[in-house]
Design a protein. Structure first.
Length: 129
C-alpha cells in the first residue's frame, strides 16, 4: 500500500509542476504583453512631445507686439510663438522679421503658450525649396 501512495504522490507532483510551468509561462507572456503596451504608449507620448517643438520651418504670416505667427511647412497649420528679450535671433534681428520671412523656430513651453527660444532667419534661397 505504501507503494501506491508513493505513486500517487509522484503523479500529483508531476501535475503540480506542469501547472506551475504553465502558470509561469502565462505570467511571463502576460507581463511581456503589458510591458510592450506600456512601452509603446510611453514612446508615442515622447514622439508627440518631440513633434510639438521639432524646430518647424515656415513663413511668417503675422508679426505683433510680443509674438509672431508662422505658417508651418511641416503641417497644415499656423503657430503663434511668443517672442521677447530672451528670444535668440540668428541671421538678423527680431525687428528684421516681417511678413513673408522664412524662419526656423525652436520653441519651448511658455506661460501663455509656445514661446520662441530661438529664431533662425533663413535666406530666400531656402524659402523656395
Amino acid at each position: 500500500m505504501s507503494n501506491a501512495a508513493g505513486e500517487m504522490a509522484g503523479a500529483t507532483t508531476g501535475v503540480s509542476r506542469k501547472v506551475l510551468l504553465i502558470a509561469v509561462l502565462v505570467a511571463a507572456l502576460l507581463a511581456g504583453a503589458v510591458g510592450g503596451v506600456i512601452g509603446w504608449k510611453v514612446e508615442q507620448q515622447r514622439v508627440k512631445d518631440d513633434l510639438r517643438f521639432i524646430r518647424p520651418i515656415g513663413t511668417v504670416v503675422s508679426v505683433a507686439d510680443g509674438s509672431i505667427t508662422v505658417d508651418l511647412q511641416t503641417t497644415d497649420e499656423d503657430r503663434t510663438y511668443g517672442v521677447g528679450e530672451d528670444t535668440r535671433v540668428d541671421g538678423g534681428e527680431l525687428s528684421s522679421i516681417t511678413e513673408g520671412t522664412t524662419v526656423l523656430v525652436r520653441g519651448r513651453d511658455g506661460q501663455d503658450g509656445p514661446e520662441a527660444a530661438q529664431i533662425i532667419i533663413l535666406p530666400d534661397s531656402v524659402a523656395s525649396r
